[in-house]
Design a protein around this ligand. Structure first.
Ligand code: URA
Length: 245
């Protein structure tokens, strides 16, 4: 990034109240970082970091193939299909859910069940459409049995895949759908309620936290709050786009 672009980006983020910028652990995976994770022979940690480094160098096709063949956590044993993510790979908007459910496991596409229908409606409410300037992914790419919450080990093993998707896509805004997405993107265990309504960052990209559509299906009163979050997200995107011009 040139100095001028970096300064401009800093100004935009300042306007959004996002300074000072912090850098997430996923940044800086260039040559220096590769050198820093030289595997120690026989070291489990070295081997794991080496896997992450390899993933962070992949292009889209290799990344997808790697996910399809992934056996890095126990979820591969019970999956039918991996759920890589879907949509516009140059999207400004990235929506991140928790993990595939039964229908997603069967079809290989995220958010195709009831929660997915609601997500499509949430997108439509702010004039967005699945696949058009929107990408949808999950914290884990394989279905946790019985739709349980992914363990921290499962989320950790899957993290490099989403990190690489984010790096390749460079979305302008990330929407974390629900507590698991927020926890893993922001490395916090703060309540979802306390995370809503303000901007966070992941790898220097603004993040907005809202309710998971499955929660909204069970908790109708929360829909009004989700609408506030969507309006906040739309406004944030408008600010980001205007600041670029
Ligand atoms: N819930 C999620 O978090 N992700 C999906 O893909 C489907 C349901």
């Amino acid at each position: 990034m040139t100095v001028a672009r970096r300064t401009r980006r800093k100004d935009i983020f300042k306007e959004l109240g996002l300074t000072p910028l912090w850098r997430a652990r996923t940044e800086g995976h260039g040559e220096k970082a590769e050198a820093a994770v030289e595997p120690v022979p026989g070291s489990h940690v070295g081997a794991r970091e080496d896997r992450r480094t390899r993933i962070l160098r992949m292009g889209w096709d290799e990344l997808k193939a790697s996910v399809e063949g992934c056996v890095a956590c126990p979820l591969f044993q019970s999956r039918t299909r991996t759920v890589f993510g879907i949509g516009d790979r140059n999207a400004d908007w990235l929506y991140v859910g928790e993990g595939p459910g039964a229908q997603e496991d069967a079809t290989g596409e995220p958010f195709v069940g009831q929660a997915g229908k609601l997500l499509d409606n949430m997108l439509a409410a702010i004039d967005l459409k699945r696949g058009q300037n929107v990408y949808i992914a999950n914290i884990v790419k394989c279905r946790p049995p019985e739709n349980r919450t992914p363990t921290s080990h499962e989320a950790h093993q899957c993290e490099p895949y989403l990190a690489r998707q984010i790096e390749l896509m460079k979305p302008k805004l990330i929407i974390a759908l629900g507590k698991v997405a927020a926890e893993n993107l922001l490395h916090t265990d703060a309540s979802l309620g306390s995370l809503r309504g303000r901007l966070h960052q992941h790898s220097g990209i603004p993040v907005i936290v809202t309710y998971h559509p499955a929660y909204l299906l069970r908790t109708l009163p929360a829909k009004a709050k989700a609408w506030e979050d969507l309006c906040f997200a739309r406004h944030t995107m408008q600010t980001l786009l205007h600041s670029e011009n």
